[in-house]
Design a protein around this ligand. Sequence first.
Ligand code: ADP
Ligand code: MG
Length: 359
Amino acid sequence: MAKITLDNLAHSYLPNPTGEDDYALKELNHDWLDGEAYALLGSSGCGKSTLLNIISGLLHPSQGRILFNDRDVTMAPTTQRNIAQVFQFPVVYDTMTVRDNLAFPLRNRGSDPAYIRDRVQQIAHMIGMEETLDRKARGLTADAKQKISLGRGMVREDVNALLFDEPLTVIDPHMKWELRTQLKSLHHEFGHTMIYVTHDQTEALTFADKVVVMYDGRVVQMGTPQELFETPEHTFVGYFIGSPGMNVMDAQVSGDKAVVGGTEISLGKAFGTPAGKVELGVRPEFISLSAGEAGLPVTIKRVEDVGRHKIVRADLQGTEINVIVEEGENISPDMNRIVFDTAGVNVYADSWRVAPKVA
Ligand code: ADP
Ligand code: MG
């Protein structure tokens, strides 16, 4: 098991990159702590697989270094890195039995046959394939083959890290939950450093202790689910995480006041006078509707009942604002203002969060 350090790392698939836009992975300095479970979250094309493949050694970065426990492995081949990687689509040996597929990484390392037998049995149990151990992999469903790939990824106990690249894509929904639970318990049992790539926030938030959010080739925030919810460091994190995501609106900010669409509101904290494109970010959970005089004027467009609560879709001078209203709370026709709970208001300048001034 290892701490993994990314030092000045960047990658371009082009032979002669010129500007930042040419980089699939923009310059990155980051430590993955030994024994932590991380989710790497971001939309398609943001560079998740590129980063994972650099860590495992399938790809050599065009710039920077990778260290395992402070040892430089940048140019080391995959075999020397001692990493297990599971991909989005199954990689199995069709002519081998399920048992031999699972045993493969252990036999490769010359493990003791009795140990292999027990460990394979244990893994087969985890992936629910004890009954099919002696069947050939050929002819099994994509779902079953992917479970074998997962099992093979988990079979070795002595790896530096386990990397999963959207491994549950082809798995049916009810098995997804089951397998994710297995991965978590595997993490508790062996304490491997794990990086789990997904574009699904629910998967990320339920799997990991720390979520690393990527956007456009960059890590924009690493934090606990609570940190990502309360203090999104980038507007992308705000609206990518949450359901619905954070509301973002143009504003002018000066000290502890903001002006939104001509109306002044209090922020509760001072922010100086941020330069650049200034926006407020407020999650729907921190907004309430009001029939009073205070707050920002809105028009309610729709109310959606989603069971646990209602989502109110309102219009603030052309910007859609979502408000979460608790079940049982009344929404009356004269509610034409929104009021922010200042504890949940973040200020952004050019998409990055501005820290409030300490009084
Ligand atoms: P993700 O896994 O987050 O969907 P990727 O790491 O696969 O993203 O891709 C990041 C960017 O790099 C994308 O713009 C993608 O088109 C590009 N890319 C990925 N693989 C290659 C490749 N082998 N050659 C050239 N460009 C690539
Ligand atoms: Mg990918």
